[in-house]
Design a protein around this ligand. Structure first.
Ligand code: MLT
Length: 242
């Protein structure tokens, strides 16, 4: 089973994902928000790559039960119902709803990887559920870190390393790429206290500056949800397990 980590999607084109099994990570905060929204009963998330498309999609499709969510520079976009704070996505607000989501890096990365054969959404919140599913699939896979503005972000790479380390507990024979080995090493160095690690990253510091300290706490919770969000047919939904 071969494992690779893509540190940022910026140099890749959409076709490079076709036929692959991809696990996508944007710990702060897009994938944590998606996992929490679906875990709280949202019907589906429609990730989009531009604000204009988000507004267009929200006009009439999906039977009126839609909410627009997302951020620019970490803040809620004018006219949108929700920002990108996972804590906003409570069951009271999202149950049964289709949520059109735009974020600076995370949803763009999902849209870029849309030709993947299998595409799963991972955060610290649901890491062991994703690990168990990948172990069960027994297939080569790549972890796509959303990164930040065309560059590596520590929190996504640490999460990738933690996911691989979890899978290695059951699958000793993983063939690791250099970036996979580097991610494991980063997790060993920075992954012991997730709350401290997230607070000290560039994006973590920006979120704290902008008043989102509670999001850091929330996104650092490990394995609190069993959700396996899966992208298919332009929407992310929870995988229905037999
Ligand atoms: C992103 O997609 O870049 C992030 O989720 C930004 C954020 O913290 O909202």
């Amino acid at each position: 089973m071969k494992v690779n980590v893509i540190l940022t999607p910026s140099n890749l084109d959409e076709l490079s994902f076709s036929g692959k099994t991809i696990v996508i990570i944007d710990v702060l905060r897009a994938t944590s928000t998606i996992v929490n929204a679906l875990n709280n009963g949202a019907k589906e998330i429609i990730p989009v790559a531009t604000v204009e498309f988000a507004v267009k999609v929200s006009g009439g499709m999906f039977g009126g039960l839609t909410l627009l969510g997302g951020e620019r520079n970490t803040k809620k976009i004018e006219g949108f119902a929700l920002g990108n704070s996972p804590l906003e996505y409570s069951s009271r607000l999202v149950k049964g709803k289709s949520i059109i989501l735009y974020t600076t890096n995370g949803t763009k990365a999902i849209v870029k990887a849309k030709f993947s054969k299998n595409l799963y959404v991972c955060s610290f919140l649901n890491l062991s559920a994703i690990a168990d599913h990948i172990i069960m699939m027994d297939t080569d896979f790549e972890i796509l870190c959303s990164g930040s503005n065309n560059s590596l972000s520590l929190e996504d790479t640490v999460c990738a390393g933690k996911l691989i380390s979890e899978i290695l507990k059951s699958k000793k024979d993983l063939e690791l790429s250099d970036t996979a080995k580097a991610s494991i090493a980063l997790n060993k160095t920075f992954g012991k206290n997730l709350h401290n690690m997230l607070s000290e990253t560039e994006h973590g510091k920006l979120l704290i500056e902008n008043g989102f300290e509670d999001d850091i706490k929330f996104c650092s919770k490990l394995n609190t949800m069993n959700a396996i969000p899966c992208f298919s047919g332009n929407v992310v939904k929870l995988l229905v397990r037999e």
